[in-house]
Design a binder for this molecule. Structure first.
Ligand code: NAD
Ligand code: 44H
Length: 537
């Protein structure tokens, strides 16, 4: 049997290679030692996209001797991940890249050399994080903590309970990811005001600005309480010391799949269990992902950066990153994904590739992308939007070997609709030659999301909704609504400007249109499909 541990991969090299698994090509002991003494890169959010894309890119640098330190993975939220898939496997990840011809390319990723938590009950972990941030060698902290990880407030604009506590308690024992990071930045400031860069790699528009705003807010609150000095706030604002570049990341990295697990076990690789943590993170010792990958980062680093350009990562100017991110997240990929997510859950799908074989759903995403999105798309210059969209629709979403589920993508939809649909709607409002009332597929996707929130599928059976921080309040607006009803409080949801990126759907003539589509979908069993068919042709 093959064991995914440090000992396992060094003892049984030939057997791993025979199983078709590529092993790290660098001196791991040396890299670990270098990282211990001179850490350069900490990543917050030790989840699938980080392990399957970012860490693998860094491994390419280590293999080719373009780097000599590894990445320290840090968890501020789900400590179980470190306990269950980092520690037992010596921080190794088995990356399974799924090609369109069904071939699986397998690589052991060993560029993550430490896995630690910000758990206040584990002083050794917390002290190590402080030690790293106090070291002048640290170049960057990167993040994939989901969109909601940056948010300090609830939908009413009030600080979250844990944020209020963090503000009261000061930088010594923070809990929220943003307070943890600000607390660590404060230690760096106190130690020597050393420069470094914070890179958000999450799917939210202007991700670097969002991260900066949250960190600065925490710092200013602590200043008001007298925990930190004004100089700390100035340090965070001084772009010769601290920067928060924008980035765009793209690689479909589904939750770990049972089919992939089985195929790894058939190769003799043991202990490949898929784990769902108590915080609902889907994780495993392996990560399965597609081949396509794009990571574009604003080139604004103050203390050096890893040579990631040698691993295909693009460093460029702010406008280009902004444009490429807008192209992907608001027009050419993520809006289509969310439409497939909510419609797929209602129509009983568990695989995105199967949805792409459904002519109605395929037409729905084509209409969102080609007809309504491309009309207002931002052209980033370095990637052609139409070609990107063609690849998304015809190759990436359609790849039957990618085990991506609408249920994964439906997670946190309330946090995403503003970006994924709101931006295009806003462009239609802004452009004199366009009228938002002419939109059909985007309102249809929003109506489908409202219908999804009932938790009753198109056959009338109940199903479990994916987690979402606003689920309770959104569902409260639809309480008691049943198939066949012709009235409800769905307007309460559609009137929430904060959900739709600041857009008042009623003022621009879309509110009633979406309500109408929602009631058509509510008419009875089969009405979701019928309505989709009616509007997409
Ligand atoms: N998976 C993809 O296809 C993909 C592709 C591009 C970008 N992304 C971005 O990466 C993010 C993470 O995706 P993933 O596939 O790694 O998911 P994942 O579920 O594997 O990991 C999520 C990570 O975020 C952390 N997290 C969750 N909620 C948090 C909170 N409130 N505060 C702090 N940390 C929190 C978790 O602990 C975990 O480390 C996505 O939300 C998206 O923004 C993902
Ligand atoms: O990761 P999220 O939750 O922001 O969104 C779900 C998917 O749309 C997303 O993960 C895509 O797979 C990804 O953006 C592709 O690069």
């Amino acid at each position: 049997m093959l064991r995914l541990t440090k000992e396992g991969i060094t003892k049984d090299t030939a057997a791993w290679e025979k199983a078709g698994v590529e092993l790290p090509q660098f001196n791991v002991e040396e890299v670990q030692q270098n990282t211990k003494e001179n850490p350069e890169w900490v990543h917050f959010g030790a989840g699938n996209i980080f392990r399957g894309f970012v860490a693998n890119a860094h491994q390419k640098l280590l293999n080719e001797k373009h780097a000599n330190t590894g990445i320290v993975a840090a968890e501020t939220f789900d400590f179980e991940m470190i306990d269950k898939v980092y520690e037992p496997y010596d921080n190794l990840t088995l990356l399974v890249t799924m090609k369109a011809n069904g071939e699986f390319e397998k690589t052991v990723v060993n560029s993550i050399v430490e896995g630690i938590t910000a758990d206040q009950n584990r002083p050794a972990h917390v002290n190590r994080l402080v030690e790293i941030f106090e070291n002048p060698s640290l170049q960057m902290a990167s993040f994939t903590i989901t969109e909601k990880g940056y948010s300090l407030t609830d939908p009413t604009g009030k600080y979250l309970g844990i944020v209020e506590k963090d503000i009261e308690n000061g930088p010594e024992s923070p809990i929220h990811a943003m307070s943890v990071v600000t607390g660590l930045a404060y230690r760096r400031y106190k130690k020597g005001q050393y420069p470094m860069t914070f890179v958000s790699m999450d799917n939210c528009s202007h991700n670097g600005d969002i991260l900066k705003k949250s960190v600065l807010t925490m710092a200013k609150e602590w200043q008001k309480q007298g925990f930190v000095e004004e100089g700390f706030v100035s340090y965070l604002e001084d772009e010769s010391k601290i920067t928060f570049p924008l980035s765009m990341i793209d690689k479909i990295t589904p939750r770990p799949s049972e089919t992939v697990k089985k195929s790894l076990e058939e190769l003799g690789i043991e202990d490949m269990e898929v784990i769902v943590t108590s915080k609902n993170t889907y994780t495993a010792p392996f990560v399965n992902a597609e081949v396509s990958e794009y990571l574009v980062i604003e080139d604004k680093f103050t203390n050096g950066k890893p040579a990631l350009d040698k691993a295909g990562i693009i460093f460029t100017d702010r406008d280009t990153v902004n444009n490429i991110e807008t192209m992907k997240v608001t027009t050419c990929l993520n809006p289509l994904h969310t439409a497939l997510a909510v419609s797929g859950c209602l129509l009983g799908y568990t695989l995105i590739a199967d949805e792409m074989k459904d002519p109605t759903l395929k037409k729905l995403v084509e209409k969102i992308g080609y007809d309504e999105g491309l009309e207002v798309v931002v052209d980033p210059g370095i990637i052609n939007p139409k070609e990107f969209l063609d690849e998304v629709v015809n190759e990436r979403f359609a790849n039957p070997y990618i085990p991506d589920a609408p249920q994964r993508i439906a997670t946190d939809t309330s946090q995403k609709v503003g970006i994924r649909f709101g931006e295009t709607i806003k462009s239609y409002v802004k452009r004199e030659d366009l009228n938002p009332e002419s939109l059909t597929a985007i309102p249809l996707a929003i109506a489908t999301w409202c219908r999804y929130l009932l938790g009753v599928d198109d056959e009338g059976n109940e199903f479990t909704l994916s987690p979402d921080p606003l689920l309770e309040t959104l569902q409260a607006s639809l309480e008691g609504v049943k198939l066949g009803d012709t009235s409800s409080n769905v307007k309460d949801i559609l009137s929430r400007e904060s959900i739709f990126g600041g857009v008042n759907l009623y003022e621009i003539g879309l509110g009633e249109k979406i309500e109408g589509m929602f009631y058509e979908m509510l008419a009875g069993p089969g009405a979701v499909r019928k309505t989709l068919e009616k509007y997409v042709g």
